[in-house]
Ligand binder design. Structure first.
Ligand code: IPE
Ligand code: MG
Length: 237
């Protein structure tokens, strides 16, 4: 979710105004994802690197988080959305931690969209944590395979993203889900996050659905219907 600050400055407003306006885009994304039958939506809301922003902006973002969680919980439950979080949550202010834990508990029974907030998150942080857990587990080096790493990620039950969307014209991963994005399709759009609404979200997913995903195979193998080579390939792709 990128471009809040620039969007606000273009309008002669403070950056925080852009963050507040971006909350409506989050609502739109959740609603569009629900309509499209998306099972997992992970929002990169605050990165490890974002801690180096001015204190006032960080505080405003954290307040916005607390306010939004409290304000949205009933709507999330109504829509069957289960909220989860990933990242170094213990680094967040106490009010954010308790707000998150509260909404996570209240939506734990929901079976619709899994909405994951990445907070104080970075891909390198997650991989570093995974290595620490593997070392602590005492697994012998020769027993470590790709799946060992996957199982020690923060959310081992969550499948790799099929599609990454980044707004605001930047074409970088910025330390997001580095392990999980290995085979994801990428969608970059110049639209700033506060302007990114349901139609943009749906257009990105529809465009993605038209792409051929080969996972290292040849085009002939894919059109010939080889479907069991890699987890996640479905017939309609
Ligand atoms: C993304 O918008 C929101 C967060 C990182 C919280 P930015 O704040 O990065 O906006 P720009 O990139 O400065 O326009
Ligand atoms: Mg930015």
């Amino acid at each position: 979710m990128d471009g809040n600050g620039r969007w606000a400055r273009e309008r002669g407003e403070e950056r925080v105004f852009g963050h507040a306006s971006g909350v409506e885009s989050v609502r739109s994304a959740v609603s569009a994802a629900g309509e499209l039958g998306v099972e997992y939506l992970t929002l990169y809301a605050f990165s490890t690197e974002n801690w180096s922003r001015p204190r006032e902006e960080i505080n405003a973002l954290m307040e916005l988080l607390v306010k939004s969680l409290a304000g949205e919980v009933n709507e999330l439950i109504r829509k069957g959305v289960r909220l989860r979080s990933t990242g170094d949550i213990s680094a967040l202010p106490e009010a954010c931690i308790s707000g998150l834990r509260d909404v996570e508990a209240q939506t734990a029974h929901c079976t619709g969209l899994n909405l994951i907030l990445a907070l104080s998150y970075s891909g390198r942080w997650e991989l570093t944590e995974a290595v620490r857990r593997i070392v602590r587990s005492g697994t012998p080096a020769e027993n470590i395979v790709e799946d060992t790493i996957r199982q020690h990620l923060s959310m081992p039950d969550v499948p790799d993203p099929e599609l990454l969307v980044r707004t605001s014209g930047e074409q970088r991963l910025s330390n997001f889900l580095l392990w999980q994005l290995a085979y994801s399709e990428l969608h970059f759009t110049p639209v700033m996050w506060p302007d990114f609404r349901e139609d943009h979200f749906k257009a990105a997913v529809l465009e993605f659905r038209g792409r051929e995903r080969r996972f290292g195979r040849t085009g002939d193998q894919v059109s010939g219907g080889v479907q069991d080579i890699k987890q996640g390939i479905k017939k309609e792709e």
